[in-house]
Design a protein around this ligand. Structure first.
Ligand code: PMP
Length: 359
């Protein structure tokens, strides 16, 4: 008999990342992990290369320089920023620090899979709340909360639906939660929304709201694994106690700092993403493949059945286009397609047209 792990661990389904290759095929475009098709900014790449000169040194333990850069760019208090190995690690810290056996961690039906994994990993009970038309339903979340609720995760915009709720709804959620519960606003895709700061004003006015952000999406640094969180001083202080002192390498810290200081790059990527996202969703709709209005860097294409989605996924792969099946998110009839550069978007639309038999 195998030695048994902690309760809950064996309930975790292994996370499958987006595919990157098709056997025997070159000229493949990966549109399965919501990555920035333009990669990181040149300034981030230069900083990455410069970091080679200090590889023999331990990195900073307090991340002061990166936190100050993030704080300056976003108008925040650097003392309330925490940096981690992707925003995944901030999600993990929150669960480790605030949830355990008999506690409940709430998230939505089509919410990011890490919420469930992190909750189960600490022995807490995941509570999945239905959405309304693939959109976060604040009333359903509030109805699902009780004395055992410790954390409520919502991504805004959400992955894989791309939909978003209003600041007024977020406020209503924050104010309606039980006293012992923390609302986590996952802003992995926040930079893609023109004029949206992730709900900072809501956070600043409350003691029960935390925000998470990432360098993996618009900053094009998914391979380097850097994310950050912002919240009330008391909560950030708690998270720092369980954070390993050297959780981020000097390379991660330097590249992220250069990246966040290059907001021109971010603005260009946001504009180009919006242009091609609009183009792609219109092109797919004309082919009879509708999607909800996405505010992020992907489109959730809805097919008429699971069979059709599976067949289209296979057809796209034959054309060297890798998109994401989202069956694990209970959307078996959908394919999530990352908004690539213009040529990739045109290839996707062309391939879906061929699949649909439209000449
Ligand atoms: N939150 C959401 C909603 C995501 O889609 C992702 C990436 N798939 C993450 C968090 C985690 O990203 P990372 O750990 O790379 O910051």
């Amino acid at each position: 008999d195998a030695i048994r792990p902690q309760p809950g661990i064996l309930d975790i389904a292994l996370y499958e990342g987006g595919k990157a290759h098709v056997a025997g095929m070159t000229n493949v475009v990966k549109l399965s992990s919501n990555e920035n098709p333009f990669g990181p900014s040149d300034r981030a790449k230069e900083a990455f290369q410069r970091s080679v000169h200090s590889l023999h040194r331990y990195p900073s333990t307090d991340h002061a320089s990166l936190r100050e850069a993030i704080a300056e760019v976003h108008g925040l208090d650097a003392g309330r920023v925490i940096c981690g190995v992707g925003s995944d690690e901030i999600i993990t810290f929150l669960c480790q620090a605030y949830a355990g056996p008999k506690d409940e961690v709430v998230f939505t039906e089509h919410g990011f899979l890490m919420y469930r994994i992190s909750a189960l990993a600490v022995g807490a009970t995941p509570v999945e709340v239905p959405e309304r038309e693939r959109t976060t339903d604040v009333d359903a979340i509030l109805a699902a909360c009780n004395r055992r609720t410790k954390l409520v995760f919502i991504a805004n915009p959400n992955n894989p639906t791309g939909t978003m709720i209003s600041l007024a709804d977020i406020e209503r959620l924050a104010d309606g939660l039980p006293r012992q519960a923390i609302l986590v606003l996952d802003g992995a895709y926040a930079e893609y929304v023109e004029g949206y700061d992730g709900g900072l004003a809501i956070l600043e006015a409350r003691t029960n709201v935390v925000m998470t952000r990432t360098f993996s999406k618009i900053y094009g640094l998914g391979g380097l694994r850097i994310g950050w969180g912002y919240g009330p001083r008391a909560i950030i202080d708690v998270l720092n106690r369980i954070r390993g002192p050297f959780n981020l390498s000097s390379t991660q810290l330097e590249a992220a700092e250069a990246a966040v200081r290059d907001q021109d790059f971010v603005n260009r990527c946001r504009a180009e993403n919006a242009r091609m996202r609009h183009w792609l969703s219109e092109a797919l709709a004309e082919l009879g493949v509708p999607s909800d209005t996405s505010m992020a860097n992907f489109v959730l294409a809805r097919f008429s059945s699971e069979d059709e989605a599976v067949a289209c996924d296979a057809f796209l792969q034959q054309q060297g286009l890798i998109v994401r099946r989202v069956a694990g998110y209970k959307l078996p009839h959908c394919l999530r397609i990352t908004v690539g550069d213009e040529a990739s978007c045109r290839r996707v639309a062309h391939a879906v047209a061929q699949f649909k038999g439209v000449k």
